[in-house]
Structures are given as C-alpha cells and as structure tokens.
Design a protein around this ligand. Structure first.
Ligand code: BEZ
Length: 209
C-alpha cells in the first residue's frame, strides 16, 4: 500500500557511499530527509545533489540528517560524486544509498512506471523524530526540485510540531503565523497575547519563539 503522511517511515538496511545504514538506527530519534534521484551521471540530478551538498549546513542547523538514493550501484555513485564535486563546486558528504535491486525504492513507492519505468522519480520524504512521515513530494525527472523550499517546509514542520500554529501561503521563518482553528479564543489570548483576528477562523500571531 502507498505510504501516507503520518505513517511510520519503513525501516531498511542498505549500502551507502558512507557505509551500511540501518535506517531507523541512523535516524536515531532526529529529523531526516530522504530524497531520490532518477539516475547517476544525469544533468538535473547532478545540479540537485551539488546544491544539496552546499546547503547541508542549513539542514544540520535544523537538526535534519540528509540521505539520498538512486537505483544505481555503489561504484557508479562513487564515480559520479567526483563529477558532482568537480562541476558543482561542492563536497558531497552525505550518504547516497545504492539500490540496484530497488528494495528501498519499492518500499517507498519511488518508481512510478507510467512516468519512468526503470528509475525512481524525484521523491522527497521528511521524517520526524517519531519516525513518522511528515511531508512527501513527488516531482518528475524533468523538473529539478527547489531545495530552499525544502528548508522552508522543515521550518514550518518544526514550528508547528511545537506550537499550536500553522503557516500561511509562502510563509518564511520569522513571519506571522496562523493560530490553528482548534484553539478557542480564550486559549489563544493566553498563548498568543495581542493576536490579530481578521475573521473568526483567520487569526494571526507573531511567530512563537
Ligand atoms: C536528469 O537528472 O537530468 C534526468 C534524469 C532522468 C531523466 C531525465 C533527466
């Protein structure tokens, strides 16, 4: 059955460019991002993995571990990383899963045969400290993802995990948030003093600390 938000991220053991990983042990009760790319030595993937390598510190700052996957074997990954480092001015220092038997790709439903029959599409899973899936994205091979958007979604996920707020359209860290409808006004007054009501269902507050 396809994975859904709130499901436990399935466990697996896999070979990666940084050694063997048992996924649940590797998660270790923290946040993580798992993202697939269709194929090694392809142009869009090269730019994506290079950009990710350059912004890994931003994920680290947020306590999020980074893990990539494709169905190519380990030797191929190792050769390709040299090209990525050379062409994208970076050092790829996060693990890439080698999944030639498509075990992880199948577990995470990353192969969409009507789009691409022998490679993964561009899937993203953000996993929370409870090992549950907090966010999923699926892009076709032709469309490189916006990795800054992934950081933005993580900021939202981490904020809303702690506070009774949601984040409005195009929200960025530091901007006003929305008080969730489940919070009655008397509680909102205590939790978010000075909050602003536009409609009874649309209430804004400054971003909780
Ligand atoms: C790419 O990364 O450029 C790519 C990969 C698979 C199919 C099409 C494009």
């Amino acid at each position: 059955m396809a994975l859904r938000l709130g499901d436990e991220a399935p466990n697996f053991t896999a070979e990666t460019t940084e050694g063997t990983i048992n996924f649940h042990e590797w998660l270790g009760g923290g946040w993580a991002i798992l993202f697939s790319h269709p194929k090694d030595f392809t142009p869009v993937c090269t730019t994506e993995l290079g950009y990710m390598a350059r912004i890994v510190p931003e994920f680290k700052k947020r306590g999020v571990k980074v893990l990539a996957i494709s169905v190519d074997p380990l030797d191929s990954h190792k050769g390709w990383i040299k090209d990525i480092n050379e062409t994208q001015q970076c050092t790829v220092a996060y693990p890439l899963i080698a999944d030639p038997e498509r075990k992880v790709a199948t577990l995470y439903d990353m192969i969409h045969p009507n789009a691409l029959d022998n490679m993964t599409v561009r899937s993203v899973f953000v996993i929370g400290p409870d090992k549950k899936i907090k966010l999923m994205l699926t892009y076709p091979a032709s469309c490189g993802r916006n990795f800054d958007e992934l950081l933005r979604t993580i900021d939202s996920l981490q904020l809303t995990a702690k506070h009774k707020v949601a984040t409005p359209v195009n929200w960025k860290h530091g901007e006003d948030c929305i008080i969730t409808p489940a919070v009655p006004d008397d509680e909102a007054k205590k939790l978010f003093p000075g909050y602003r009501t536009v409609k009874p269902y649309l209430r804004y507050t400054t971003q909780p600390k």
